[in-house]
Write a protein that binds this ligand. Structure first.
Ligand code: HEC
Length: 150
């Protein structure tokens, strides 16, 4: 988030290489940057008036494939292959997604610190994050649910 940026008044701290190294150390030591959606966007996103629109098949599956499975996948074994994504947090299936839906909404939707900002790679757009929140607030529907009349 913006306050982690090294701009304006704080720039003088970085007058030395030591200062820059200290700043990087801070980032590595748990000051994990995020990129939160504006509050009003989150409020507007929390709209489950049209839950027929987004499904796992027309949205969720491709979302997780594009932005999460290069770390959070059952097919990735070991810390290096998983880029340190915790063992057992995998989004290959709808069940895997549902198990962590609340945390997914927070980290990838609201806060935007998943995927991790410090690692290069594709990230969802603001629009896609809004869709993610909507789909989760609708209880992660799939076409199978619809076919089952639920
Ligand atoms: C480049 C690798 C990488 C990608 C891509 C990635 N993650 Fe993660 N994820 C991690 C790591 C590392 C952790 C553990 C550290 C942490 O929690 O910040 C983690 C932890 C998590 C957690 C568990 C922590 C919690 O807050 O409960 C959730 C949920 C999560 N990621 C969601 C996602 C979602 C959703 C996506 C796709 C939009 C995603 N991640 C993409 C690496 C990744």
């Amino acid at each position: 988030m913006m306050r982690h940026r090294l701009g304006g008044k704080r720039l003088w701290v970085l007058g030395t290489v030591g200062g820059a190294a200290a700043a990087l150390g801070l980032a590595a030591a748990g000051c994990s940057p995020d990129m939160p959606l504006p509050d009003q966007v989150v409020v507007d996103a929390a709209d489950n008036s049209n839950c027929d629109e987004l499904s796992y098949e027309n949205f969720g599956q491709a979302f997780f494939q594009s932005y999460c499975l290069r770390c959070h996948s059952e097919t990735r074994v070991g810390d290096i292959a998983r880029n340190d994504a915790p063992v057992g947090i995998n989004y290959d299936t709808l069940e895997g997604v549902r198990e962590f839906a609340t945390r997914i909404r927070l980290r990838a939707g609201e806060l935007g610190d998943m995927p991790p900002l410090l690692l290069p790679g594709p990230r969802p757009s603001e629009q896609e994050r809004v869709q993610l929140i909507r789909w989760i607030d609708c209880d992660t529907p799939s076409e199978a649910d619809a076919a089952g009349g639920g």
